[in-house]
Design a protein around this ligand. Structure first.
Ligand code: ZN
Length: 502
């Protein structure tokens, strides 16, 4: 076989696995949205069977043989940059997959469904003891997985690398310590400022049909293409899909319209990334986001950098008032803007403001790191969790459902995932800095609701390169320098000193 034939055969195999993974994702979406409450057992079987088949596809020994043949082919360097990158990604995935026994893959998939179901019940009952055995098991399974992947590396670094390629616990510790140093004094200044927002109007009753209308309208404003997407509801909003079918979820509470509004903007940002990956890379390993951190930079760009800016609300307020009718007729722009940017240390991560949010993530990162090092145990988690919340955010946790059980991630076995949220903040402020330099009319574009040129910039620089580069390399290409936390600290300082008047 020629080099080209080998390469094409390899890509064909990879394509099949990608399609299977799309099916898994769609079943996952159904599991979270419309599956009947008693369908769990059956779905667990479907997930386990698919996971086994996907694992078989990804560990097909022929992939290894093809990779070996291609790598040793004297014509190898005649392959293009994108072809070589596809090979690198297939090789990385193949090595990751072949190191994990299929029994473990199946065990993890089965346990995930059970742990999530238990987490839901335990959270509702505020009963950590009920969740604890499943959490222990989830952590053990992930530690085993990390050990199989690379027994010589710190297990937490192995897990981190899955979500943020080539990022280590040591690197994150440095970035997060810088964030802590910058944000903690800023939060103190904000809290002691005399100009505090009036947020009372945020709890005014806003019917679900009105909120649905806002969600659809805002999706259109930011060019989340609903002909290739849809909006449904789940307890925890998320995005799933690929190119032509990218779905988001939100949740509607009648007395928290801002909740669905900003979660829609957030998830739309994720969806926009997926919808704008380079068409040329569809069904190839290249056709996926560079990392979860970069994904989060895009969701936060639309949620916070655009969605919570004064410029955006100069544009959107008339439309907002048109859709919401009399409900907020008496609220002026300034009051509105300050309220949606209310900084208040709180217990819950998903509703945290953009300044305190990173501290929620830092707490989880430190706990995960210490758990995986065996410095702390699952039994101690509620105590440690509550201590850290008191220390970093000054809040008291009264029960574990609003404490250590608030997130679904650990039940799902997602250890090493949380840091990507705060990396998203660091990346997006850095990206904004570059956009402003390259597009001096950026603020005016937002003021006019003209998001298209901004989206075009993001597509060209962030979305389209897809997985051509590792996240740190992509950031270096976009910004011309290594990842720098200072831009996020500066962005927050400037924005919030203006809002709070200090
Ligand atoms: Zn997100």
């Amino acid at each position: 076989m020629t080099l080209k034939e080998d390469y094409d055969l390899l890509l064909e195999k990879s394509k099949k696995a990608i399609i299977y993974q799309m099916i898994q994702a769609q079943l996952g979406w159904d599991f979270e949205t419309y599956m009947p409450s008693k369908g769990g057992q059956q779905r667990s079987m479907q997930f386990a069977t698919l996971a086994k088949d996907v694992h078989k596809l990804l560990t097909d020994p022929e992939i290894g043989e093809l990779l070996d043949r291609i790598k040793s082919d004297p014509e190898y360097t005649s392959l293009s940059e994108t072809q070589q990158r596809n090979l690198y990604l297939i090789n990385r995935d193949y090595e990751r997959q072949t190191k994990i026994p299929s029994e473990l893959v199946e065990k993890i998939a089965k346990h995930q469904v059970i742990a999530i179901e238990t987490w839901k019940k335990a959270k509702a009952a505020k009963d950590y003891e009920m969740f604890k055995p499943e959490l222990k098991k989830a952590l053990d399974l992930q530690k085993k997985r990390a050990h199989y992947l690379n027994p010589d590396k710190h297990p937490y670094d192995v897990l981190l690398d899955i979500y943020e390629p080539n990022m280590t616990s040591a690197m994150i510790t440095v970035l997060f310590n810088q964030l802590k140093e910058g944000l903690v004094p800023l939060i103190k200044k904000i809290q002691s400022a005399s100009n505090q927002p009036d947020t009372s109007f945020l709890t005014r009753t806003c019917s679900i049909p009105i909120q649905e209308k806002l969600a659809t309208d805002l999706s259109n404003v930011v060019h989340y293409d609903l002909d290739r997407g849809r909006i449904d509801t789940t307890e925890h909003p998320f995005t799933t899909g690929y190119y032509q079918d990218v779905r988001i979820t939100t949740h509607y509470y009648e007395n928290e319209f801002d909740n669905s509004l900003f979660s829609t903007m957030h998830e739309a940002g994720h969806a926009i990334y997926e919808q704008n990956l380079d068409e040329e890379f569809i069904y190839q390993p290249l056709g996926q986001a560079a990392s979860l951190g970069l994904h989060e930079s895009q969701s936060r760009f639309f949620e916070n950098i655009i969605g919570r800016s004064s410029e955006f609300w100069e544009f959107y307020m008339p439309k907002f008032k048109e859709i919401t009718g009399e409900i907020f007729a008496d609220i002026d722009n300034k009051t509105f803007l300050h309220a949606i940017n209310h900084v208040k240390p709180s217990k819950i991560r998903v509703t945290a403001d953009e300044v305190t949010y990173s501290l929620h993530v830092i707490i989880r990162f430190e706990i995960e790191r210490d758990l995986s090092e065996g410095k702390i145990t699952v039994d101690e988690l509620p105590k440690i969790w509550n201590q850290k919340y008191k220390e970093y955010l000054g809040v008291d946790i009264e029960d574990d459902s609003e404490g250590v059980m608030q997130d679904t991630h650990w039940a799902a076995g997602l250890f090493g995932y949380f840091p990507t949220y705060a990396l998203g903040n660091i990346y997006n402020a850095h990206i904004l800095h570059v956009i402003r330099k390259e597009m001096p009319n950026y603020d005016n574009l937002v003021r006019n609701g003209d998001i298209k040129p901004i989206l075009a910039w993001l597509t060209k620089n962030v979305h389209k390169p897809a997985s051509l580069y590792d996240p740190a390399d992509l950031m270096q290409r976009i910004t011309g320098e290594p990842v720098n936390t200072q831009y996020f600290i500066d962005y927050c300082t400037q924005k919030y000193s203006q809002l709070y008047g200090f």
